[in-house]
Ligand binder design. Structure first.
Ligand code: NAP
Ligand code: MG
Length: 481
């Protein structure tokens, strides 16, 4: 159903306008035609959500959980079908698409239960015969703005905690992945969720985004995407004190000291630099390596990169699919050219893949740059593609300074066998999540997930804070004698 879902009905854009999506593995293939929604469509969706909120908030959390658990069962039943849609629109391998859904299942389960367990406080009072307690109450209508890189599990991580706590939602998927957003929405529709509780509106972020953020009925905006768009949302939302949760870009460092298990460090670098073609927000994009082991580490990474099989996400042999669309591809290739021009040494890749019938798609060779220095574009800016910058560090202090010397602060990792170095690194790394002898990308649903600096703002997603963001605290003082 290539339509919007507004107030319980699948529908076209009010002006019937549409746009097309293309297969990143072959841009000649049109994969869908979707509503190019207008500000009026957004207004209708918010109105529907506002109306539904009055009833939805009155249900007990157990009643709300029943709907969400039904959607979760459907999610588990439909893994194969949803994975196909993720691969078709995003390009990642089918294995990666399955992985995305499996992680969504775990996160959804956890957030449903967090909603059920969500507690207020009861504390002693100064006054005799007065008891006091706090409760958590929902905010109202929440705008959910999702990216294309995790088009399924990011909506899950946002919509589920919002709904379980009694809010209603308007979900806007990225322009390039509306089909995945529609599959997500259908789970709830098929679970019988009341009209207006979850709405789905496709189209351009620059039209729908501001229309959502500026709508006075929207009480919170949860966004995952680029830092630039996130900052614009924050500015716009602040005018009405609308709450924001912004999960944004990263430039994640893997620091390797001379005493580390270099094979394990190289495995970790290659996994997190090239999985999903480098389009994880927690991808490793910088490897900062102690000078004495730099050459050996580079060799180990090159050996592993040589084994990566670039191809269509639907081919079993493929280990790295295309990047998600023409504008991503062109942006990454431009960044690679910039890297070559600024004097970094190209150690692998560096080109679009055009052989083996891949020339019409968005395939980029897994790329390694060496001798990258801290002032370079390659060291500072998120490329969001299969590009790893390897940098030399003199010692612990130098490595830490390089790792922290960027505007982002999402994830980091250190490889060392020294407890002292590991814990000092954990203490001083400026990020929302860090790792010791593990890849930059590892995370689990029971912990909060969010960055610092320009990588994140607001109460983070997941863990206990996943539901926290979507509630206010209401305190009641009660005289009883
Ligand atoms: P993006 O361009 O910022 O888009 C994200 C979403 O915002 C899309 O739905 C987009 O719609 C919408 N949007 C665009 N302009 C808007 C506006 N003016 N107002 C409101 N919404 C607007 O990011 P992306 O390129 O899709 O995703 C890649 C970025 O996401 C990377 O920077 C990555 O690091 C980040 N990311 C962060 C995390 C995290 O948790 N920290 C996780 C995943 C990804 P359109 O698609 O229609 O433009
Ligand atoms: Mg974009």
């Amino acid at each position: 159903m290539n339509k919007n879902y507004i107030n319980g009905k699948w529908c076209d854009a009010s002006n019937k306008a549409t746009y097309q999506t293309y297969d990143p593995a072959d841009l000649r293939e049109v994969t869908g035609e979707w509503p190019k929604s207008t500000v009026e469509d957004v207004a209708r969706a918010v109105e529907g959500a506002q109306k539904a909120f009055e009833q939805w908030r009155k249900l007990t959390v157990y009643q709300r959980a029943e709907y969400l658990k039904k959607a979760l069962v459907l999610m588990t039943d439909r893994v194969g079908q949803i994975a196909q849609v993720i691969t078709k629109e995003n390009g990642k391998t089918l294995k990666e698409s399955h992985g995305e859904i499996q992680s969504a299942v775990k996160e959804m389960e956890f957030q449903i239960n967090e909603g059920i367990r969500l507690a207020g406080e009861t504390l002693a009072t100064e006054r005799e015969g007065v008891m006091a307690y706090s409760q958590r109450v929902p905010l109202g209508v929440v705008a959910v703005i999702a990216p294309w890189n995790f088009p399924f599990n990011v909506p899950g991580r946002k919509v589920v905690p919002a709904l379980i706590t009694g809010n209603t939602c308007v979900l806007k998927p990225a322009t390039s992945t509306p089909g995945v957003g529609a599959e997500f929405t259908k789970l709830f529709v098929d679970a019988g969720i009341p009209a207006g509780v979850l709405n789905f509106v496709t189209g351009s972020g620059s039209v729908i985004g501001p229309a959502l953020v500026e709508n006075p009925s929207v009480k919170a905006v949860t966004f995952t995407g680029s830092t630039e768009v996130g900052m614009g949302i924050h500015e716009c939302a602040s005018k009405q004190l609308t709450r924001t949760q912004l999960e944004m870009g990263g430039k994640n460092a893997l620091v390797v000291f001379a005493d580390a298990d270099l094979e394990a460090a190289a495995d970790s670098a290659v996994l997190a630099a090239y999985a999903c073609a480098g389009q994880w927000c927690t991808s490793t994009s910088r490897a900062i390596v102690e000078e004495s082991v730099y050459e050996s580490f580079v060799k180990l990474v090159q050996d592993r990169v040589a084994k990566i099989v670039v191809g269509k996400g639907t081919d079993d042999a493929t280990t790295m699919g295309p990047v998600c669309g023409k504008s991503q591809r062109d942006g990454i290739l431009k960044a690679i050219e910039k890297g070559k021009a600024e004097g970094a040494i190209l150690l692998a890749g560096g080109n679009q893949v055009v052989d083996n019938g891949l020339g019409e798609g968005c395939f980029i060779e897994p790329t390694i740059f060496g001798d990258v220095t801290a002032d370079m574009f390659l060291a500072q800016e998120e490329i969001f593609g299969p590009v790893l910058s390897v940098m030399k560090a003199k010692d612990f202090e130098d490595a830490l300074e390089i790792a922290n010397g960027i505007r982002f602060g999402l994830s980091s990792s250190v490889y060392t066998n020294s407890l002292d170095k590991a814990l000092k690194f954990v203490e001083q790394t400026d990020v929302g999540l860090t790792h010791v002898n593990l890849p930059t990308a590892l995370k689990e649903p029971q912990f909060s997930f969010g960055g610092v600096k320009l990588s994140g703002s607001g109460v983070p997603e997941a863990g206990h804070t996943g539901v926290e963001f979507f509630t206010e605290h209401k305190v009641a003082y009660v005289k009883y004698r």
